[in-house]
Design a binder for this molecule. Structure first.
Ligand code: AP5
Length: 208
């Protein structure tokens, strides 16, 4: 089971990935989470990635490709993985193709205005990375993670002007991947403007 989650910022890729890992024993590999962790820990990768991420731009391909290639060589990826946020450019898709073969690409389709509402209300647990929404997916205790009881945070790249730029970057650099994977017959379109339960039921049906 080698899955790619494709879709614009805020489409719900991370949320559905967390559902998948509850039912299937594959790791959830989010390049965004890896970079945010690296930034928090002030590693060399974090220092290199920080200014791109905070401006809503993509981190250069060579940095991301190497990072993912190394991550996929780890033992926990033997039975498969979920790649969330990678690939994001045709060059990254070609690089991935050279070191792994993908079976399912879920393409999350959602209107822009819904995405902006979702991102502006998102809150994330800095410890377990569980994602909430102040209106749609509330934690039991307001402001705190249900699992870790740690205070939820907003991301640096959630400022409205950065979100608008991230959506442009997605349109220009990532949407060509839809045709790339359509040609490989592994693309599944998902209507992401529905409840988490409805979306996940579709995904599960496809995965079998
Ligand atoms: P990344 O972290 O990958 O962000 P993204 O792709 O922009 O996606 P998001 O995490 O914003 O959204 P999501 O689709 O996961 O939605 P979520 O489930 O959180 O990347 C960040 C940055 O890192 C990039 O801009 C780039 O700089 C860099 N980067 C990462 N990968 C890279 C790469 N490969 N190449 C180069 N640079 C890279 O949901 C959003 C909100 O909606 C949440 O609040 C959630 O609770 C809520 N929600 C979700 N589903 C539903 C639903 N069905 N109904 C109601 N609410 C919902």
């Amino acid at each position: 089971m080698k899955i790619v989650m494709l879709g614009c910022p805020g489409a719900g890729k991370g949320t559905i990935s967390k559902q998948i890992i509850n039912d299937y024993s594959v790791p959830h590999i989010s390049t965004g989470d890896i970079f945010r962790e690296a930034i928090r820990n002030k590693t060399l990768t974090g220092l290199k990635a920080k200014e791109y991420i905070n401006a809503g731009n993509l981190v250069p391909d060579e940095i991301v490709d190497q990072l993912v290639k190394e991550r996929l060589q780890k033992d926990d990826c033997k039975n498969g993985f979920i790649l969330d946020g990678y690939p994001r450019t045709i060059e990254q898709a070609k690089a991935l193709n050279s070191f792994s073969e993908i079976n399912h690409v879920f393409n999350f389709i959602i209107p822009k205005e819904i995405v902006i509402k979702r991102i502006s209300g998102r809150r994330t647990c800095p410890k377990c990375k569980k994602v909430y929404h102040i209106e749609y997916i509330k934690p039991k205790k307001p402001g705190f993670c249900d699992v870790c009881n740690v205070e939820l945070v907003q991301r640096e790249d959630e400022k409205p002007e950065v979100v608008v730029h991230r959506l442009e970057v997605y349109k220009n650099q990532t949407t060509p991947l839809i045709d790339f994977y359509k040609e490989k017959s592994v693309l599944f379109n998902i209507d992401a403007d529905r409840s988490v339960e409805e979306i996940y039921a579709d995904v599960k049906n496809i995965l079998g």
